[in-house]
Structure formats: structure tokens, C-alpha cells
Design a protein around this ligand. Structure first.
Ligand code: FAD
Length: 233
């Protein structure tokens, strides 16, 4: 492997950590605004300024005071996901530190890392934030499963530092520079070995786009085949 590749690979940075809450409810989410009951994915934030502050807090190692909450209620589209009359929440938090050094709200003590107490305390903050828009939500909770950044990292060696997205997608690790400038795109220095997945262009997600790009490249006619097709018969 060329030294330029191994050197750059050693400097590849994970992105911000994430956390996931799965909540079982005895009834539908009691949204204050009933229109939200029909929306499968709601982003709860006080606006882009609030999200920017929460990102900055997480980048600084702090638990955000007012986290942005991605609120999934997939059973709106697929009622078979919950018992009749019940509800469920899939809450994603994309602004959390992997190794918390403090709490921006000054309430939780992260000295023990992502242990059960911290996980529950932060989950309570998130549920309270959501409850402000859905009064009575807490009374409906019948089950809660918390996946912390530490759980994510322990479950999948690809989720370095609790990053669910296969590496920071800031500009220097994106587009032409993903995963590395010395091994950009999907070809690797090893002949006929290709690299796909979230760490490669066009980045994370479940769309399979990197595999599609490589497949198209592999299936494209060779220069010889192109010439043969163009030649007059
Ligand atoms: C909680 C969460 C929610 C998400 N939500 C969404 C969403 O709603 N929409 C969306 O588009 N994307 C979402 N994502 C992101 C999406 O899941 C990833 O971008 C995508 O799964 C990356 O695919 P991948 O094949 O590159 O890597 P992965 O899915 O991480 O697969 C890599 C596999 O390789 C295995 N592995 C790693 N190292 C080794 C090793 N040394 N030996 C053997 N096996 C190894 C891992 O165990 C894993 O199975 C979410 C991610 C998380 C964590």
C-alpha cells in the first residue's frame, strides 16, 4: 500500500456521534398540533440557530441543552408496526459527544461516561423536550430502549467513536476527497479491489449509491468494446 494512502487513512476522522431512542407508547403521540399526527418524520428544533448551538455544544464535548430531535413515527405509514391503538417513537439525536466532558445545561454528570444513568438522564431531557409539543407524552411511555454512542461503537466496528455515518463528511473528506485524496472515488491501490460504503463517495445512507456507481463503472464497455461498436460494418 503506498505510504501516502496509509498516512492519509491514519488521519481519517470520524464525524459527530449519534444516539437513538426507541419508545413504545400505549397510545398515539398526543401532538398539540394535530396535523403532526400524520407526519412520519418530524424534525424538532427551535430553528437553525438552535441546531447550530447544539452542534457546537456536542463538538465541544458537551451534552446539548436543547437537542435537535429527529422524531420518527413510522407506524403512521405502516400501522402493523404497533398494536392497534398504540404508538411508537424512533428518536434520533445527531448532536451528541462520544466522550462527554460536561453538560451544557449543568444538570447531568457525565464523569462515568455513557453509563445507564447518563443514558436515562439524557433520554429524559429529550422526552421532556418532545413532551412540550405533545402534552401527556410521558404518561404513555411503556417501554424505552436507549442506544448510546458507546453502544453504537461497541456494536459495529465501522461506527468509530459512535459516528453512524462512516466518517466526517466535511469538505476535506467529501466529494473528490472521500475517502482519501490519495485513494479517491472507489478504486483502491490494489488492482481490481473496489471500495464502497458510507466512507466513500457519495457518503452515508441506505441508498446504495456507491455500489451503484462502481457497478456502472464495471459494466461500462472497455475502450476496445467501444471502438468495435463504432467501427463501420
Ligand atoms: C442509528 C442509525 C440510524 C440511521 N438512520 C439512517 C436513515 O434513516 N437513513 C439513512 O439513509 N441512513 C441512516 N443511517 C446510516 C446508514 O445506516 C449507514 O450510512 C449505512 O448503514 C452505511 O453502510 P455501510 O455498508 O457503509 O456500513 P455498515 O452498515 O456500518 O456495514 C459495515 C459492516 O461491516 C462490519 N464490519 C466492520 N468491520 C469489520 C471487520 N473488521 N470484520 C468483519 N466485519 C466488519 C460491521 O459489523 C457492519 O456489519 C443510520 C445509522 C444509524 C447507526
Amino acid at each position: 500500500m503506498p505510504a501516502a494512502v496509509t498516512d492519509e487513512a491514519a488521519r481519517f476522522r470520524p464525524g459527530r456521534a449519534a444516539m437513538q431512542l426507541h419508545v413504545a407508547l400505549s397510545g398515539p403521540v398526543p401532538w398539540r398540533d394535530p396535523a403532526l399526527a400524520a407526519v412520519p418524520l418530524v424534525h424538532l428544533s427551535d430553528g437553525s440557530g438552535s441546531t447550530a448551538i447544539a452542534c457546537a455544544e456536542a463538538e465541544a464535548g458537551l451534552l446539548p441543552r436543547r437537542p435537535t430531535v429527529v422524531v420518527g413515527q413510522q407506524h403512521v405509514l405502516d400501522p402493523s408496526r404497533v398494536p392497534a391503538g398504540a404508538g411508537a417513537l424512533w428518536l434520533q439525536l445527531q448532536e451528541v459527544p462520544f466522550a462527554p466532558a460536561g453538560d451544557a445545561a449543568g444538570e447531568l454528570d457525565p464523569a462515568g461516561g455513557w453509563d445507564a444513568t447518563l443514558a436515562r438522564g439524557y433520554a429524559d431531557r429529550v422526552l421532556d423536550r418532545l413532551g412540550a409539543h405533545a402534552p401527556g407524552l410521558r404518561e404513555l411511555v411503556v417501554g424505552l430502549d436507549v442506544i448510546t454512542p458507546a453502544d453504537l461503537a461497541a456494536h459495529n466496528p465501522n461506527a468509530l467513536a459512535g459516528d453512524p455515518y462512516g466518517g466526517s463528511a466535511e469538505l476535506d473528506q467529501n466529494f473528490l476527497w472521500r475517502p482519501l485524496l490519495a485513494a479517491s472515488g472507489h478504486a483502491t491501490p490494489v488492482p481490481r479491489l473496489w471500495h464502497i460504503g458510507a466512507s466513500t463517495h457519495p457518503g452515508p445512507g441506505l441508498a446504495g449509491a456507491s455500489g451503484h456507481l462502481v457497478a456502472r463503472r464495471l459494466l461500462a464497455p472497455t475502450p476496445r468494446e467501444r471502438l468495435r461498436r463504432r467501427a463501420p460494418r
